[in-house]
Design a protein around this ligand. Structure first.
Ligand code: SAM
Length: 246
């Protein structure tokens, strides 16, 4: 996969991809991540990327010309002709694990990071294939939002983590993940559940699955609507629902 991040502040995006597992994915060739300075696509002496809004009002707007030129250039360099162009915006569809999974199937993503009051509407209406928001709050720029999206997408690429680990994670199968424990077995009087120390893997799997159901019910019952539960898991869910009603 190739990911181009178009930004006027490439420095903000250097840190997140130079450490830990994302760096390893880059080093292993699972993904190529390019920071593209929007100012390289300006034609004036001042390398101006923004201008005042028509109609007046507060703040500056990112101009359409450099963004169009950047995206056209990146598309032509990629050769595949299948790049998906994403605008990070608080007005976009809300990013979640399904969206991450969907994007992880793409060969080439071009992400446009807005700044100031945002981008000229013509970019949104004709250049962009997808608009993504990372939540109902307003950031100063799209860079941190893009970093979140890239992180969530790259870790789903085949070979990034063991398939088994990804299969049990929160939001896979519309459930939250079970609790985790590590050594010591007793910490300040708090004991690791005995089943986890039993060595009985069938029992451990069953305990984890039930904990997943319970945790999802307690914290995100909305997810359960889409969860495909086995008969004993459904029965367990009904039991906790009944206990709750009492
Ligand atoms: N005036 C815009 C509005 O009210 O919709 C907000 C602009 S915001 C200050 C500047 C840039 O930050 C946006 O163009 C977008 O790229 C990015 N941004 C802010 N919040 C975001 C969010 N929740 N998700 C994704 N991108 C966001």
């Amino acid at each position: 996969m190739k990911i181009d991040l178009v930004t006027i502040f490439p420095g903000i995006l250097e840190g997140p991809f130079r450490e830990s597992m994302i760096k390893r994915a880059v080093d292993r060739g699972l993904v190529e991540i390019n920071l593209v300075d929007l100012r390289d696509y300006t034609r004036d002496r001042h390398r101006q990327v923004d201008d005042t809004p028509y109609g007046g009002g507060y703040g500056m707007i990112l101009k359409p010309e450099p963004i169009y030129e950047a995206v056209e250039d990146l598309k032509s360099k990629s050769g595949s002709g299948t790049a998906r162009v994403i605008l990070l915006t608080p007005q976009g569809r809300r990013f979640n694990q399904d969206a991450a999974r969907e994007l992880s199937q793409e060969k080439h993503l071009i992400m446009i990071c807005g700044r100031y009051e945002g981008v000229d509407e013509r970019v949104r209406s004709t250049l962009v294939d997808d608009e993504i928001s990372i939540g109902d709050y307003v950031l100063t720029g799209g860079e941190l939002a893009a970093a979140v999206v890239v992180d969530a997408v790259v870790r789903l690429l085949p070979g990034f983590i063991a398939e088994e680990a990804a299969a049990n994670e929160s939001f896979s199968e519309s459930l939250l993940e079970h609790p985790h424990y590590t050594r010591p077995p007793v910490f300040r009087g708090m004991e690791v559940p005995s089943v986890l120390q039993s060595g009985n893997h069938a029992e451990i799997d069953r305990w984890r699955r039930m904990q997943s159901v319970k945790r999802t019910y307690e914290r995100r019952p909305d997810l359960l609507e889409k969860a495909r539960l086995l008969p004993d898991e459904k029965a367990y869910l009904e039991k906790i629902e009944k206990q709750q009603d009492k």
